[in-house]
Write a protein that binds this ligand. Structure first.
Ligand SMILES: [Zn+2]
Ligand SMILES: [Zn+2]
Length: 229
């Protein structure tokens, strides 16, 4: 596990295959995504190393309800008592900790191979109460304002977030940057995913943070335009 500052007030916690993001906010901190199951202690240790207590986290937002993003949601909600957020299309999955919808591999031989290696059926997770459902156009009063973008395709309830303060896009799994900008490994509907990516590519942002892969720290929207328009 490694914690890295991406921008003022923003830290990335890498759990190896998946990234979480901690965002400083006036009323506490916000966590975007929670990683694979059984990592809550590691995540809370990273929070403590930043000089914060678990209860300093006031918001936990999931980009979507896949096991590598909601894996520690229940444990972290218990430890922090934070408000939890997801898109309505994924809320039932987060609450149940199961009933994951099937994905099909993204185009390309390597994606197909990686999909078969990494996308495994998982047993049921612990379900978690979702306190607030959020969707397209909502403005969350977190860290000076986070704009909610509904970006379906990877899954129906997938969310990305634009953070104007740093001109930064939280991409989630709409695409990945592993090892370079490209498809995520799987999609519920790749045509819809392409439309979401074309839409993101029309926005202006300088930094981009991904569920999987390294953050892009400069001129990120130029790379998106080149890849997805
Ligand atoms: Zn996913
Ligand atoms: Zn993921």
């Amino acid at each position: 596990m490694a914690t890295k500052q991406i921008a003022p007030g923003l830290f990335e916690i890498s759990l190896g295959a998946v990234n979480l993001f901690l965002l400083e906010s006036d009323d506490g901190w916000a966590l975007i995504d929670t990683g694979f199951p059984n990592k809550a202690d590691q995540i809370l240790k990273a929070v403590q190393e930043l000089g914060k207590q678990p209860t300093d986290i006031r918001h936990i937002i999931v980009t979507h309800a896949h096991p590598d993003h909601i894996g520690n949601l229940a444990a972290l909600k218990r430890a922090t008592n934070a408000t939890t957020y997801s898109h309505p299309a994924d809320t039932a999955i987060a609450r149940a900790g199961g009933n994951f919808r099937p994905l099909t591999p993204a185009p390309g031989f390597i994606n197909g191979l990686m999909f078969r290696i990494f996308i495994r059926p998982v047993g049921p997770l612990e379900g978690t109460e979702i306190d607030q459902e959020i969707g397209e156009g909502d403005l969350l009063p977190i860290a000076g304002g986070l704009t909610v973008l509904h970006t379906p395709g990877h899954c129906a309830g997938h969310l990305s977030f634009f953070w104007p303060r740093q001109q930064l896009l939280f991409v989630g799994d709409a695409c990945s940057n592993l090892p370079r900008l490209g498809w995520s490994l799987g999609y519920e509907n790749i045509q819809v995913g392409q439309q979401s990516l074309a839409r993101l590519a029309k926005l202006d942002f300088d930094l981009a943070c991904f569920g999987h892969g390294k953050s892009i720290l400069h001129d990120a929207s130029a790379q998106f335009r080149k890849q997805w328009l």
